[in-house]
Design a binder for this molecule. Structure first.
Ligand code: BGP
Length: 458
C-alpha cells in the first residue's frame, strides 16, 4: 500500500503570517497583530508579512506550478467582521471569495482554518475574548457567515488552530501575564473554545452537509528524559493533558477525566451549563487535524517551567537527536509513532496540517539551496508512507509552509517556505518570490504521489 490516489498533497499558511495588509480594506485589529507588534523587530510584524494580500494571483500560479492538490489557509475573522461580530466587511469577503475561486479554478482544494491565533481585538476589549461566553456567540456567528458565503466552494474546514497552545499563553488569548486570575481564565478560555469549536462543527454539518470539519491540534511527541518511572509518568501525563485530552474532547465530545480532576484540584472548574454536554457531543469532528514538527524531551530537574500545567518541567536536549537553529529536534521516525498513536486512540481520518523545517536562509546565485528541508521532507514522507502501510488513515499532508511567512514568534528570520520571500526583518523590499530547491523536490513528490524511485523510495 502507499499514498491513496486522492491524497491531499498540500501546503499551508495562516492569515496574519502571510497576508500583511493588517489594517487595509477595513480589516480590524487582532490579538495576533498585537502580539506581532509587541515582538516586532523593526518591520517584522503583521503589517506586510509575506505581502500575500497583494500577491494573490501570483501565489496561486505558483501553487499550480508546484502541483498542489490542496492549500490550507486561514480566514482572518477581523477581515470579515472588523469588530468581531457586527457589520460584515465586504472587502474582506471579496478577498477570500477571490482566493477560493482561484483555487477551485486551478483544482486546488481549499482547506480553510476559521481561527488561527487572531481573535479580533474588539472582542478582547468588550468581553476579554474567550473568557466570556459572548465570544462563543460571536465565533458562531462568524463561522455561520463563512459557511453561508463560502460553503458551496469549500469541502475541508478546520475550526481552531492549536487551541491547546493558545490556552497556555496569555498573550495569544489577549490576557495579561500578571493577571491574578490567569489560571482560571486559561481554563475558561479552553472550555469556551471547545464549545465554540463544537458549535462551528454543528453549524457546518447543518449548512454544508457535504463538507468535513475538524480541529487542528498541536502534537509534539514527548519523550521522558530518563527511564526513571517519575520522568516517564510526567511525560505520559503531559502528553495526555497537552494533546490527547483536547483530541478526546473534539472527537468524542467529552472532557477528559484527567483534565476535569486537575480543574477540581486547582479550583479552576469553569461554569458548566446544562446544555454544554449536548453541544460537545453533537459537535464532534469528522477528521483530526494534527500539527507535528518534532519531539520534545522533558525532565523535572530544574525549575524553569515551560508549560502551565502546575508542574515545573524542563525541556531537555535529547542526546540521540540533531537540533536546528531554534532547538527544534529532527526526529522523523517519531512521526510514524505519533500518527499510529492518534489513529489507535481515535480512529478518525488524520490530516497533517503542519509539518516543516525552519532555517535562516539567503539567496546564492539567485537560488536558495535548502537541502535540509529536502531531507526533512523525504524522511517525514517516508514515515507517513510507513504509517499508511501499517493501517493509519492519513488523508493529507499540508507542508508548513507554502511560502516564507512571518514566524509566530521569531519574525522573518525563521523561514519555513518552499518559496523564498525576498525581505528581511529590517527591509521589506519588494517581497519578490523565488522558488527554493525544495519547491522542485516537493513538486516531484506530488507528481509521483509519494517518494517514487528518483526520490529514494526503497
Ligand atoms: C504552529 C503554528 C503556526 C506556525 C508554526 C511554527 O504552532 O500553528 O502558525 O507558526 O507553529 O512556529 P514558529 O513560527 O513559532 O516557528
Amino acid at each position: 500500500m502507499s499514498f491513496p490516489e486522492d491524497f491531499l498533497w498540500g501546503a499551508a499558511t495562516s492569515a496574519f503570517q502571510y497576508e500583511g495588509a493588517n489594517l487595509e480594506d477595513g480589516k480590524g485589529w487582532t490579538v495576533a497583530d498585537e502580539r506581532c507588534q509587541a515582538k516586532s523587530q523593526i518591520q517584522a510584524d503583521s503589517s506586510v508579512a509575506s505581502d500575500g494580500y497583494h500577491h494573490l494571483e501570483e501565489d496561486v500560479k505558483l501553487m499550480k506550478e508546484l502541483g498542489l492538490k490542496s492549500y490550507r489557509f486561514s480566514i482572518s475573522w477581523a477581515r470579515i467582521f472588523p469588530d468581531g461580530e457586527g457589520e460584515i466587511n465586504n472587502a474582506g469577503v471579496i478577498y477570500y471569495q477571490r482566493l477560493i475561486d482561484l483555487l477551485n479554478e486551478n483544482h486546488i482544494e481549499p482547506i480553510v482554518t476559521l481561527l488561527h491565533f487572531d481573535i479580533p481585538w474588539a472582542l478582547i476589549e468588550k468581553y476579554e475574548g474567550f473568557v466570556s461566553r459572548k465570544c462563543i456567540d460571536a465565533f458562531e456567528k462568524y463561522c455561520r457567515t463563512c459557511f453561508e458565503l463560502f460553503g458551496d466552494k469549500v469541502k475541508y474546514w478546520l475550526t481552531i488552530n492549536e487551541q491547546n497552545v493558545m490556552v497556555m499563553m496569555a498573550d495569544m488569548l489577549g490576557l495579561k501575564k500578571d493577571d491574578p486570575k490567569l489560571n482560571l481564565k486559561f481554563v475558561q478560555c479552553n472550555y469556551h473554545m471547545y464549545l465554540a469549536s463544537a458549535k462551528a462543527v454543528i453549524a457546518c454539518h447543518e449548512m454544508c452537509p457535504d463538507a468535513l470539519i475538524g480541529p487542528c491540534v498541536s502534537y509534539p511527541t514527548l519523550y521522558a528524559e530518563t527511564c526513571h518511572p517519575d520522568d516517564v509518568a510526567l511525560a505520559y501525563d503531559m502528553q495526555d493533558i497537552m494533546a490527547f485530552a483536547p483530541m478526546e474532547t473534539y472527537v468524542n465530545g467529552t472532557i477528559d477525566p484527567i483534565v476535569m480532576n486537575k480543574w477540581i484540584k486547582d479550583k479552576t472548574v469553569p461554569e458548566i451549563l446544562e446544555n454544554d454536554e449536548t453541544i460537545l457531543k453533537a459537535g464532534v469532528a469528522d477528521y483530526l487535524g494534527v500539527n507535528w514538527y518534532c519531539t520534545q524531551t522533558i525532565g523535572t530537574t530544574s525549575k524553569n517551567g515551560s508549560f502551565n500545567i502546575g508542574v515545573e518541567i524542563d525541556i531537555k536536549k535529547n542526546p540521540f537527536l540533531e537540533y536546528g537553529h531554534w532547538d527544534w529536534s529532527y526526529d522523523p521516525k517519531a512521526l510514524k509513532m505519533a500518527l499510529k498513536e492518534c489513529y489507535a486512540r481515535f480512529r478518525k481520518p488524520i490530516m497533517i496540517c503542519e509539518n516543516g523545517w525552519s532555517e535562516i536562509e539567503e539567496i546564492r546565485d539567485g537560488k536558495i539551496h535548502d537541502s535540509k528541508r529536502i531531507e526533512y521532507l523525504h524522511d517525514h514522507i517516508e514515515q507517513m508512507e510507513k504509517a499508511i502501510d501499517e493501517g493509519v488513515n492519513l488523508i493529507g499532508y499540508q507542508h508548513w509552509s507554502f511560502i516564507d511567512i512571518l514566524s509566530s514568534s521569531q519574525g522573518f528570520d525563521k523561514r519555513y517556505g518552499l518559496i523564498f520571500v525576498d525581505r528581511d526583518n529590517f527591509n521589506i523590499k519588494e517581497c519578490q518570490r523565488i522558488k527554493k530547491d525544495s519547491f522542485y523536490y516537493y513538486q516531484t513528490i506530488i507528481k509521483n504521489n509519494g517518494l517514487g524511485e528518483e526520490n529514494g523510495k526503497q
